[in-house]
Design a binder for this molecule. Structure first.
Ligand SMILES: [Zn+2]
Length: 183
């Protein structure tokens, strides 16, 4: 997301080549300074290109568990950790990165940009008609509960960006809650 010639990137592309291209595009085409990179969980669709961001002196911020899992898996490790939520400045506005509970992984967080009412759900939030996806690190039991908390906190949300697939609105939260309903 961008505001007043500053940008924050939520999740790196999966590889270094695409990350280089993204950084170049934000700097040269959007003419923005990149304030931060925030991976929303430890999988490579969130931090696979982190090394390139670090080489470009872009600070990285992640939930403490994401840092722990990145270390355990010998992935590139985000530099700055937070324990519950974090507020970052972008231009004249702010974004919130926050942990609401387990789901796709035990460390998945979301980011919210109040200025445009945009929720970046990462792999915790599913696109319309999406399947449950990779469940190897998941907590299927808590998933719906976690999304319900998000829905309650951001009742003014207008745009919901899932980890994969087309963006949507509040209905993606309801779709995800239903998909992982346990009873
Ligand atoms: Zn994932």
């Amino acid at each position: 997301m961008t505001n007043n010639n500053e940008a924050i990137v939520i999740d790196t592309p999966t590889n270094e080549k695409s990350s280089k291209e993204l950084i170049h595009w934000i700097k040269e085409t959007l003419n923005c300074k990149i304030n931060a990179i925030v991976p929303t969980h430890f999988h490579d669709d969130c931090l696979g290109g982190l090394k390139v961001f670090q080489e470009n002196d872009i600070p990285s911020y992640a939930y403490l568990k994401t840092i722990k899992f990145a270390q355990e898996n010998k992935f590139t490790v985000p530099e700055n950790g937070f324990s519950d939520s974090l507020i970052l400045k972008v231009g004249d506005e702010t974004i919130i990165a926050k942990f609401f509970g387990e789901g796709h992984t035990k460390d998945n967080i979301i980011c919210y940009f109040p200025y445009e009412h945009v929720l970046f759900g990462g792999c915790l939030i599913k696109a319309r008609n999406a399947s449950k996806g990779y469940l190897g690190d998941s907590n299927v039991k808590d998933w719906s509960k976690t999304v319900k908390r998000i829905k309650k906190e951001y009742q003014d949300v207008k745009v919901v960006v899932p980890g994969h697939g087309d963006l949507g609105d509040k209905k993606l939260l309801d779709y995800t809650i239903k998909l992982f309903k346990t009873q």
